[in-house]
Design a protein around this ligand. Structure first.
Ligand code: HEC
Ligand code: HEC
Length: 292
């Protein structure tokens, strides 16, 4: 190390003392613009740290003097949107279902909201647009287990079907377990299952069995499903004469349902959705095509 830095003969600038193949490295100062930009960045970061949330700290972060966070801004925007909707939501809460249906503004608003609520809360079971799937009824047709009037639909949505949570308020009925409780023999169940196939105008797998099943149906099944199998909304007993099957329409599916019925369960939404939401989703379901 030379005690005094060597100066380059041509430029007069100090060298760093590094030299390669006769080329010396000059020790030029950094350009002033660069140095000031650097200081400005440091100043900016200090200022930012003081004013805004900056350093992660446990589950949150240092808050800064302004306390301004993106999360809070979103919360404010949501609150603003909610208060903008509060007026119309209140009108929905106060109006009865038919009044809402007769008011174009309210009705359009309810259907739009109802569609979103349906997608979030109901579509996992009932399918998009109420298309239904095996074990979950179609809501877009005019075959109803429990009734398709606005009030009947709302009642089903409020308290659900066969759930323990709203026991007394929930829709309730139980098809007997004819097989597992040995109310009918296996042969009798074969007979009545074949008979049920004929109710929807189809040829049974075995006509003799079907004939023998007619009497059993009248005795054991007609009290709920009606003498001709047309169903009974008060008991949620499906119409067996249409081509719409909750649990499948093959003779094997029907046999299975008689042997050990599914007893389908639907949750109630009275504590899960706001009163205006229940009304909106009821109107939406009613509008899907099958409302009575
Ligand atoms: C966990 C699955 C599930 C969810 C979620 C669900 N349902 Fe259901 N729902 C069912 C089942 C199962 C039935 C049929 C029960 C029975 O009677 O056997 C049913 C029946 C119904 C019925 C009666 C249909 C008829 O033919 O009478 C309506 C109306 C209905 N649901 C609407 C809704 C709406 C609206 C939502 C959302 C707010 C919803 N359901 C959420 C499972 C569900
Ligand atoms: C106490 C009333 C009751 C009686 C009695 C009854 N059922 Fe049912 N049945 C129901 C109900 C309610 C449902 C639908 C709900 C469930 O089980 O989830 C149903 C569903 C069915 C289904 C399924 C329909 C579908 O859409 O998939 C078939 C098939 C059926 N019953 C046949 C019979 C036959 C056959 C008998 C007589 C041996 C019988 N039921 C007796 C109430 C009854």
């Amino acid at each position: 190390m030379p005690s005094k830095p060597e100066k380059d003969a041509v430029t007069g600038v100090e060298t760093t003392g590094h030299e390669w193949d006769g080329i010396k490295e000059l020790n030029n100062p950094l350009p002033a613009w660069w140095v000031w930009t650097f200081y400005a960045c440091i100043a900016f970061s200090v200022l930012w740290f003081l004013l805004f949330p900056a350093i992660p700290f446990g589950p949150s972060a240092t808050t800064g003097l302004t306390g301004n966070t993106a999360r809070e801004r979103v919360a404010n925007e949501i609150a603003e949107a909610a208060s903008a909707r509060a007026g119309i939501n209140q009108r929905i809460v106060e109006a009865d279902l038919d009044t809402i249906r007769g008011d174009p503004d309210l009705f359009t608003y309810a259907l739009t909201g109802g569609e979103i609520l349906f997608g979030d809360n109901c579509a996992p079971c009932h399918g998009v647009g109420g298309a239904g799937q095996l074990n979950y009824p179609v809501l877009a047709d005019d075959a109803w287990l429990w009734g398709g009037s606005l009030d009947a639909i709302q009642q089903t949505i409020l308290y659900g079907v066969r759930n323990a949570e709203y026991e007394l308020d929930a829709r309730f009925s139980l098809m007997p377990n004819f097989g597992t409780d040995q109310l009918l023999s296996g042969d009798e169940i074969d007979q009545v299952a074949n008979y049920v196939v004929t109710l929807s105008g189809r040829a049974p797998a075995d006509a003799e069995l079907a004939d023998a099943g007619a009497g059993i149906f009248a005795e054991q099944c007609a009290s709920c499903h009606g003498p001709g199998g047309e169903g009974m909304a008060a008991l949620g007993a499906p119409n067996l004469t249409d081509a719409i099957w909750l649990y499948g329409g093959d003779v094997g599916d029907i046999r299975q349902q008689i042997w050990n019925p599914q007893h389908g369960v639907m949750p109630g939404f009275v504590d899960r959705l706001a009163p205006e939401d229940i009304k909106m989703v009821s109107l939406y379901v009613h509008s899907l095509g099958g409302g009575q």
